[in-house]
Design a protein around this ligand. Structure first.
Ligand SMILES: [Fe+2]
Length: 383
């Protein structure tokens, strides 16, 4: 352990090391910044000690880091604080990172998943935290997880999702029902392609929003129609394929911006961004695919860029519909499919409305709430 240039460098016997800046330690130790009850820092940055205030650092008998501070304007002896070594090791191991307690994303193709979405029996999931945790693991790892044999009732989906977190409401409500509305409303017509029997190409929902919903859930309540199979494609695989085989298209898809617009009598949602929206340049995650052609409105780019932007859109769609990458599975009553709406492209085959019934109930949930529930369940299951 050394103190040099305002940094305390802590070293462990196994070779792990952590360089801790003094002012970060000041925020992080009881007796200076850390409130022992809330475990949060109470130091406004304007009240931080002078960077030279840390005058000594030693390892105590029990392995604690003992810090001696000479605070400006305070008469009397130095202030001594302690930091628990286990907490410093937690940071040295990277376990403080947002994604550290979550499974790493695994890219998939139709073949790598054996042609079926990762599936679990969901009959008892409301009373079984281990099954819930396993399902959340699938949803984070693959961006896709299916429950089978759940009760095909209206009440089941909201009850299950509220066990994870608050449902993310949109202008389509907290819960939406996907069925061919033309037949149901006596011909009033549908206000979205989703509410018809038309084929839906691979897409993500609600790119009209600054933050599109993180996860989407579709619960099959009835299905007696022919066709209408669900199609899923891993957007991470699509992006990798584009980057590898079609770099010029990948560049256009990640840099050229479009506006997205959803306009109705009482609603008008707009946002703008590239089709492949990474959090930062070169960072593969988190990824937001803004891929829903019915609401893609205007190219926000120089006219000279528009031909290559459209060529790249065509390529994106071709790759997204490549049979090697696409899972196709029918909906059975009681199937509940969840997927990462910003990573996974979803679509469906056409079906004939009126020649039977096909009723899906759906809702959304933000990433944050699902990740939070995963971390808490992991703690509980381990303890
Ligand atoms: Fe959709």
């Amino acid at each position: 352990m050394t103190l040099d240039g305002g940094f305390v460098t802590v070293a462990w016997a196994d070779g792990a090391e952590l360089a801790c800046y003094g002012l970060w330690l000041a925020e992080s130790c009881a007796g200076l910044g850390l409130d022992p009850v809330t475990r949060e820092s109470t130091l406004d940055p304007a009240d931080l000690p002078h960077p030279d205030a840390l005058v000594a650092a030693d390892v105590g008998d029990d392995g604690r880091l003992v810090l001696r501070w000479r605070l400006v304007g305070e008469a009397g002896p130095d202030t001594v604080t302690e930091v628990h070594p286990g907490w410093l090791r937690h940071v040295a191991d990277g376990r403080h990172q947002p994604g550290s307690a979550l499974p790493d994303p695994e890219r998939w193709t139709a073949a790598s998943l054996g042609g079926e979405p990762p599936s679990l029996d969901g009959a008892a999931i409301l009373d079984d935290d281990r099954t819930l945790l396993a399902w959340l693991d699938h949803l984070i790892r693959y961006g896709l997880g299916r429950l089978r044999n759940t009760p095909a009732t209206d009440a089941f989906l909201p009850e299950l999702i509220r066990r994870i977190g608050p449902i993310r409401a949109t202008n389509f409500g907290e819960l939406f029902t996907v069925r061919a509305r033309l037949a149901d409303t006596g011909g009033e017509g549908a206000d979205s392609t989703a509410y018809t029997g038309l084929r839906l190409g691979q897409h993500t929902d609600l790119p009209t929003r600054e933050t599109p919903p993180g996860f989407q859930f579709l619960h099959c309540l009835e299905n007696t129609v022919a066709g209408g199979a669900s199609r899923m494609t891993d957007g991470l695989t699509v992006v990798d394929e584009l980057r590898r085989r079609y770099p010029a298209d990948h560049e256009a898809l990640t840099t050229l911006r479009w506006s997205f617009l959803n306009r109705a009598v009482d609603e008008e949602h707009r946002w703008a961004g590239p089709i492949i929206d990474h959090a930062s340049d070169g960072d593969p995650l988190p990824l937001t695919l803004r891929a829903f052609y019915p609401v893609r409105a205007f190219p926000l780019m120089d006219p000279t860029d528009q031909p290559r932007a459209y060529a790249a859109l065509r390529r994106f769609s071709e790759v997204a519909h490549d049979e090697r990458f696409q899972l196709s599975s029918p909906f059975r009553p009681g199937d509940l499919v969840g997927f990462d709406n910003r990573r996974i492209l979803h679509g469906r085959d056409a079906y004939q409305p009126g020649a039977g019934s096909r009723v899906l109930q759906g809702c959304y949930l933000d990433h944050d709430d699902l990740y939070s529930r995963f971390r808490v369940l992991t703690r509980r299951v381990k303890s």
